[in-house]
Each structure stands twice: as structure tokens, then as C-alpha cells.
Design a protein around this ligand. Structure first.
Ligand code: CAA
Length: 390
């Protein structure tokens, strides 16, 4: 049965903070961030956006190309939830005018839940092969100011349409996954920023990759050489180098794989970490920027969600895939972002909604089609803007 990713599109807000500027403020050599961590910029969330608006904006362009009545499920993956009870997907269901006969749910397990959502969507589509499922991954990576994690912030959303006979990536049947209770990164309910043991989290990530790869290799009988391109969860793009080093012990193979990865890193190095969306942003970047025709090539994908759950799986790029990409839209989105000054970065960082649910109106900043307008009687209010985006 052929099931996988039929379309992919992403969204990130129209504001970024440069890592060069952050380095100046933190009195750190810029190369530590741009080379050592591998990040150039990080997208910054304005006051009138959240995971709902980012997710709706990511899916909007994609939905213009499909028959929405076939979508029987919207699975929303995030660790930056806006409500303890209601799925953020329901706001998106309304904003995108999705069919009434469509299931909506929100998934959480740090950065991994997008991958579980993809697998769940594949399961639903396999039960009714005429149907499609929309998976939306959206997150805001926020750490304490002046912390080591600050340089690895960012935000964005990726929407995936899952169907039978997919036009982009047919997912292979083999996949390897593991779970373990560790405290490498977490965010208690009372905090707006994550707590992280940075070095430990990096070590656990690489151990999880190693273990998942061994299991995947055993199941599929494939070697790293049989995978044409790798995509990874990228908390920062230097992680790709660390991950490839695990898989390719020979220096020359490793170097050539690192060069091959470049197109896949372009979005992540300017958006920053987008948690659940990060792996799929890497995939989107590879598809949008690869100079070679990728049709028929096998992509290996490694998903890691702190805490932790990890999975390695793969898929084959489909013939004609390049006709179904949104690369021009994505390039425009990034090119039109505004560089924030340090004072503006702090202003956006500190913006907070009243915690008592009182009526509040958010100032207009977004350049996206959907906006988080404010709160009334504890209810979040969303609205369409005049911005076209596409
Ligand atoms: N030029 C070039 N490189 C330089 C440099 C310079 N001037 N100065 C330092 N570097 C290098 C260092 O040698 C180091 O390289 P290695 O990794 O090869 O050792 C690199 O830059 C980073 O320097 P430090 O290790 O000193 O950096 P740090 O301790 O300040 O923080 C971090 C790095 C731990 C990743 C931190 O940014 C962090 O905690 N980030 C958040 C947590 C995270 O992203 N964890 C990843 C795994 S968990 C996960 O994947 C889930 C998730 O999304 C959070």
C-alpha cells in the first residue's frame, strides 16, 4: 500500500533576530553561534501570532490545491499549546473552513509528536484510502534570556497532507522507535521557557539516533550508503554534522554526506528551532533547494523528542515531486522578514497576555493571513487579515 506525504508547506513569522546581533549583546564570538551551533537567524513570534496562526498559515496555501472534502482528520502536533483542554487544531479547523466530518486532535511528546501524528495519519488513510489527513506541526522554541539555549530559539509551522498514492514521499514500511524516561529538556506548566540540560540532551539525542539506526538497519537490511539523503530533527543545524558522524565513520564519506546535506539546512539555519516542525522543515528545505532531481531516491528521517521518544524511518521521493512544491512562496516568506533590533527582540520576547483572561487586544504585527486578535472572557479570538501571502 502506497501512503505518505502528498504535499508539504511551511510558515514562519515575518520577524527575525540575527545571531550576529545576539552575539554582540551577549559578548560572545559570533562564530560560536554561526559555526559552532550553525545558526544564522532565528524567527521571532510577534504578539499577534501563536501556534494556531502559524499552523493555519502553513496549511492555507496547501489547501488551495486540494479538495478539502477528502480531509477526514486534522492532527495538530505541538509542545507550545495554548489550552490545557481544547485542541488548538479546532481553531485551525474553523479558520481553514475544514469539513464538519473531520476529526481534530492535538498531540504532545516534545519534538516527536509530529512524527507520531504522521504515523497516525497514515493509519487513518490506510483504513479509507480515498481520504486524506492534514498533519500540522507548530512550535515556539523559547529559552531564558542569557541562557545557553537562547541562541537556539525560533518558531515556525509545517503542514503535511497525508494520502494514498502520495505525490512527494512514499513512506517505507520499516521504522524503528524507542522511548525512555529521561530529563534532558522539559517545560513545567507554570513556565513559558523550557528547562534544558543542553550537553546531556545532545548526548541522549545521539545515543537515540544510534539505537534507532541499528534497529532500522536490522529491519530493513539497509546500510547508511543505501540512504541517499538524511533529514534530522534539528534543534540547531550543527546537529546534522554530529548526527552524520554517528552514521559515517569514514571521514571521506562523512564529508561528502555533509556537503549533500547543505540544501536541507537552509530553512532551519534561518528559522531556528521549531521543535515538532524542525524535522519536516529540514525535509521541506531539501525538496525545495536540491539542485538534483531527487525522484526515486530514499530519504532517511530521524525524529527526536526530548524526554524521550525517537524514531528512524524512511521514504522514497516520487516522480514529478518538484511540480508540487511551494518553494517560491517559502523563499518569499523568508526574504520578506524584518530584522529586529535588540530592543524590538526584547519587546516581543516579554509580550505577555493578561493571566486573568481579561479582555485584551493584540497590536497588529503579523504579515500572515491569520491573526491572534486577543482574548475576551478567557476566549482566544482569531481573525483573518488582508495579507495575501501566496
Ligand atoms: N568558533 C567556532 N566554534 C565555536 C566557537 C568559535 N568561536 N566557540 C565555541 N564554538 C563551538 C564549541 O566548540 C561547540 O562545538 P562542539 O559542539 O563541537 O563541542 C559549539 O560551538 C557550542 O559551544 P558550547 O558547547 O560551548 O555551547 P553552549 O554550552 O553554550 O550551548 C547548546 C550549546 C548545549 C546546544 C545550547 O545551545 C543549548 O542548551 N541548546 C538547547 C538544547 C538543545 O538544543 N539540545 C539539543 C538536543 S535536545 C533536542 O534536540 C530537542 C530540542 O529540540 C530542544
Amino acid at each position: 500500500m502506497s501512503i505518505g506525504i502528498d504535499l508539504i508547506s511551511f510558515y514562519t513569522p515575518a520577524f527575525f533576530f540575527s545571531l550576529d546581533d545576539l552575539a554582540k549583546q551577549r559578548v560572545v564570538e559570533a562564530k560560536k553561534y554561526t559555526v559552532g551551533i550553525g545558526q544564522k537567524e532565528m524567527s521571532i513570534l510577534p504578539p499577534d501570532e501563536d501556534v494556531v496562526t502559524m499552523g493555519a498559515n502553513a496549511a492555507y496555501s496547501l489547501l488551495e490545491k486540494v479538495d478539502k472534502s477528502r480531509i477526514k482528520a486534522l492532527i495538530f502536533a505541538t509542545e507550545s499549546s495554548v489550552d490545557q483542554s481544547k485542541s488548538a487544531g479546532l481553531f485551525i479547523h474553523k479558520l481553514l473552513d475544514l469539513p464538519r466530518h473531520c476529526r481534530v486532535i492535538e498531540m504532545k511528546q516534545a519534538c516527536y509528536s509530529g512524527t507520531f501524528s504522521l504515523r497516525a495519519a497514515m493509519g487513518l488513510v490506510s483504513l479509507d484510502q480515498e481520504s486524506q489527513a492534514l498533519v500540522i506541526t507548530a512550535d515556539v522554541a523559547r529559552y531564558e534570556l542569557h541562557s545557553a539555549g537562547e541562541a537556539t530559539q525560533g518558531c515556525g509551522a509545517v503542514a503535511l497532507l497525508v494520502s494514498s498514492q502520495p505525490r512527494l514521499l512514499q513512506i517505507d514500511s520499516e521504522s524503528a522507535y524507542i522511548s525512555e524516561d529521561v530529563m534532558d529538556f522539559w517545560r513545567p506548566n507554570y513556565r513559558s521557557t523550557a528547562i534544558v540540560d543542553g550537553k546531556y540532551s545532545t548526548r541522549v539525542y545521539l545515543q537515540a539516533l544510534n539505537e534507532c539506526w541499528q534497529k532500522y538497519a536490522e529491519l530493513s537490511k539497509r546500510l547508511p550508503e543505501n540512504i541517499h539523503h538524511f533529514c534530522f530533527h534539528l534543534p540547531f543545524t550543527r546537529m546534522a554534522e554530529k548526527a552524520l558522524k554517528q552514521l559515517f565513520r569514514c571521514k571521506e564519506d562523512f564529508q561528502s554526506r555533509l556537503r549533500k546535506m547543505r540544501p536541507g539546512l537552509l530553512y532551519n539555519e534561518t528559522v531556528g528551532n521549531s521543535y515538532t516542525a524542525s524535522l519536516y522543515l529540514n525535509l521541506c528545505s531539501l525538496l525545495d533547494f536540491s539542485e538534483h532531481n531527487l525522484a526515486g531516491q530514499r530519504i532517511g528521517l530521524f525524529s527526536y523528542g526530548s524526554g524521550f521518544v525517537a524514531e528512524f524511518f524512511s521514504g522514497i521521493i516520487q516522480n514529478g515531486y518538484s511540480q508540487h512544491l511551494f518553494n517560491e512562496l517559502h523563499t518569499r516568506l523568508l526574504a520578506n522578514r524584518k530584522r529586529l533590533s535588540y530592543a524590538e527582540y526584547l519587546e516581543f520576547y516579554h509580550y505577555a497576555l493578561p493571566e486573568n483572561g481579561k479582555t485584551s487586544h493584540n497590536p497588529c504585527f503579523t504579515q500572515g493571513r491569520f491573526r491572534f486578535a486577543g482574548v475576551n472572557a478567557h476566549k482566544r479570538l482569531y481573525e483573518q487579515t488582508q495579507h495575501k501571502m501566496s
